[in-house]
Design a binder for this molecule. Structure first.
Ligand code: ADP
Length: 480
């Protein structure tokens, strides 16, 4: 039952919920206020009536006091009856002597006898309300000590006016309270709608934002409150989503563009070869061109796949302690041969102690391959390429240096961007799509390191990778 109510509450709009809460509190406050006012009014009205009553009792006391002391009870009774039978204040009066003998009782009280409080219990004045024949009265019962005699007196006055005023007040309250409540509900609802109307505007704009109009933004609010913070935060989020979306569309466009070139080359080569019959040597030459382009395309597709995997977070690192010197030694072997073929000097300074890093060996080899591949690609014979490994504080530093074409200073920060090539024509001829350094940077960052370049146009380049070093892991004890 309770959970059902909760779901109903959740389904109501915030505006309606606020109004209902507001209404509940308002109704409670109204009830408390009404009841309080009614009680105060009642107290004051009865006070007035009681004051009048006490004055009449004082008059009676004065009258009794004016009787000579030696007067007999019978005589006093006669005097009281004579005076109070015609007095207005005698209409609702009863007087008893000390011994309980009745001295005076008005005709009205004879017809409607009171439940008398036993005289010995009347220690102080007792005030109470009575309803007789549909009329309201206030009665007082008290003892009067006059000239050595103690009388018990019960005296009443009609309290019709006070009761009527109270009734009237209550009817006004009951009449106006629902109207006030209704007005409060209307006002509350209007206020909450007004306060929440910017939310509706946000919802309307947010609904139309899609992949094709990611540049549209939510209405800018100047309310200086939580709603403005909400719209600002959502807009900042849209900025980030738009940037990511643009990166992906650019990546797709660049990738398609890069793939179109080798495929077009392969097609042209094949079409040309097939146009007429040729010598075997010519066919072989054509097939060699096709094979070279196909190999480049394979490399490109692998790079694209690798970047796509990193973007989607699916590329998982197999982290373990890696001996960087050993890893680089394995890489260097292959590049010595490339150096000989290309007539380049290649020296690797790996005469260092064991340097361990926490890393993925395959990825670290790939990182070294990318940097060495670039160094060899962008160095014209007879030039030199150097690889070195050294420690610097808590880090290990790998440096790949060449005496090649260099990178102009204004381009150095951009070479790590995807598809960025300094010299488009030359890079294309050498087969690069501008993805190698983007992958290298991703690998370095995944290892908690940093990569940078120092270069001057025409004066070689030095790529420097810094990786956090770990202590040399203890060798597994050999089984006895
Ligand atoms: P690519 O596959 O084209 O080599 P990279 O991302 O590896 O792509 O490099 C981006 C660009 O940076 C290259 O196109 C080249 O212009 C420049 N570059 C990279 N390494 C070197 C280097 N060692 N010497 C000169 N230029 C380089």
């Amino acid at each position: 039952m309770v959970s059902h109510e909760k779901t109903v509450m959740r389904r109501l709009s915030i505006g309606l919920r606020l109004t209902l809460w507001y209404l509940a509190f308002f109704a409670l406050a109204q009830i408390a206020f009404g009841a309080g006012m009614w009680l105060i009014l009642r107290h004051n009205l009865y006070d007035l009536v009681d004051d009048g009553l006490e004055e009449q009792v004082d008059d009676l006391k004065n009258f009794l006091q004016s009787q000579p002391k030696e007067r007999s009870l019978a005589k006093v009774r006669e005097e009281v009856n004579e005076t109070y039978a015609i007095e207005h204040s005698g209409n609702y009066l009863e007087v008893y002597a000390e011994n309980g003998e009745l001295i005076y009782r008005s005709a009205f009280l004879q017809a409607h006898p009171a439940e008398l409080v036993p005289p010995d219990q009347v220690t102080r004045p007792i005030l109470r309300s009575r309803k007789i024949e549909g009329r309201h009265f206030r009665f007082i019962v008290q003892k009067l000590d006059v000239n050595g005699h103690v009388y018990t007196v019960e005296m009443g006055v009609p309290s019709e006016d006070a009761v009527e005023t109270l009734h009237l007040f209550r009817s006004y309250l009951l009449m106006f309270a629902p109207l006030l409540l209704l007005a409060a509900a209307g006002g509350g609802y209007w206020l909450s709608r007004r306060a929440l109307s910017p939310v509706d505007a946000l919802v309307r704009t947010a609904r139309v934002v899609s992949g094709t109009n990611l540049n549209s933004r939510l209405q800018k609010l100047e309310t200086g409150d939580e709603l403005q913070r909400l719209s600002d935060t959502l807009n900042e989020m849209l900025d980030r989503i738009e940037a990511a979306f643009l990166r992906i569309t650019e990546f797709t466009a660049d990738a398609s563009h890069e793939l179109r070139t080798p495929v077009a080359l392969i097609r042209t080569e094949a079409e040309l070869a097939l146009r007429r019959s040729r010598e075997e040597a010519e066919y072989k030459e054509s097939l060699r061109h096709i094979l070279t382009e196909a190999e480049r395309t394979t490399v490109l597709i692998e790079q694209l796949l690798s970047l796509a995997r990193t973007d989607s977070g699916r590329e998982k690192l197999n982290l373990q302690p890696v001996d960087l010197r050993e890893t680089l030694r394995k890489v260097v072997g292959g590049w010595q041969q490339v150096a000989t073929i290309r007539d380049l000097q290649f020296s690797a300074n790996l005469d260092v102690p064991d340097f361990f890093v926490m890393g993925d060996e395959t990825l670290l080899r790939r990182l070294a391959d990318i940097l060495l591949d670039n160094a060899f690609k962008y160095t014209i014979a007879p030039g030199s390429v150097w690889l070195s490994l050294e420690a610097k504080g808590e880090s290990v530093v790998i440096t790949v240096k060449d005496s090649g074409v260099g990178i102009p200073e204004q381009e150095q920060s951009k070479v790590f961007e995807r598809f960025y090539r300094v010299d488009k024509a030359r890079s294309r001829a050498q087969g690069g799509a501008g993805l190698g350094l983007a992958i290298a940077q991703w690998i370095v960052r995944q290892h908690g390191g940093s990569i940078g370049v120092q270069s001057r146009s025409g004066d070689g380049s030095a790529f420097r990778v810094e990786l956090p070093m770990i202590a040399v892991p203890a060798k597994n004890p050999q089984p006895a």
